[in-house]
Design a protein around this ligand. Sequence first.
Ligand code: SF4
Ligand code: SF4
Length: 351
Amino acid sequence: MRRSYQPVGPTVRDGAIIYDEIRATADLPVGWTDEQEAGVYRLKRRDDQALFGYVVGPHSWKRFLHPPARRLWRAEREGSGVRFISEEEKPPRYALIGVRACELRAMAIQDKVFLEGVHVDASYQARRKNLFIVAVNCGQAGKTCFCVSMQAGPKATAGFDLAVTEVLEGARHYFVVEEGSAEGSDLLREVQTRPAAVAETETADRIVAKTAGQMGRTMETAGVKELLYQNYDHPRWDNVAERCLTCGNCTMVCPTCFCTTVEEVTDLSGEHAERWQKWDSCFTIDFSYVHGGSVRASSKSRYRQWLTHKLATWQDQFGSSGCVGCGRCITWCPVGIDITEEVRAIRDNVE
Ligand code: SF4
Ligand code: SF4
């Protein structure tokens, strides 16, 4: 905060661990953990005072870099004309605390979308440029995690200023910190530290290795693009369509989903109008509406489009998978649809 950053980190709210502005260590989910399964999320007390002893919750950091709603411009009636007022955004300086390896990978994927295409998103660029990132290597995996399959975790390897591993050993509670940038090193000098002993770094490595062995899910990714391209008519799409509610939860919680729509809002006087950009979901009928109707009118076509985009067409579009294996879409699907199970079902019964 002394360096004019607004710290943002995990905190307990409404029965979940979410990301929000924080001011002190006490705001972190001290002594809390989460229990997750397909369609299940529950907070539980831990028997220690771990600060980062949970997995990931419904929020991802995209809500700070690519906000759910953002005003693009305003228009005011002036005499017989209209005056357009562009939005002057003062980009926030966020210090993100507690970013997991899969989330760093998701940010790198969104960087590609927003910064490396023909159109550069200036708002995202300004927010992204100002970040200070404190990554946390995962000390436990959830039952819906599969970052190891997606080669996205559980250890943060790039894209952070500092990366910490939390160690709880009997009465000892400490952090092994790795420097990832000059700014991270500089900030670390203001904190009481000492060089880590070999035994301490080995303990930190063991924690991450144990987490890697605890993944609740796996996904076979070899040839998944070709598998999906060759199975547009697989009967499994009908099966999943019978369960999918097309609620769009999976897209809202996914740290890589980036689609938006624009909405025009006017007041009753007719003197004032605004254009807003809002998160959109490919599970809505409107999303694929073109002249005369929606291209993807059925829930089968919408689920198939989402899964195929994440794992296959994303590769052609952006050069990587669109999935980092965070497991959020499995946990937060109200009917427990599991992306790993759907891919397995297609793979096991290739037509
Ligand atoms: S897969 Fe689940 S979360 Fe996604 S739209 Fe269908 S019901 Fe909703
Ligand atoms: S598709 Fe699901 S598991 Fe993959 S990154 Fe998105 S929310 Fe996470």
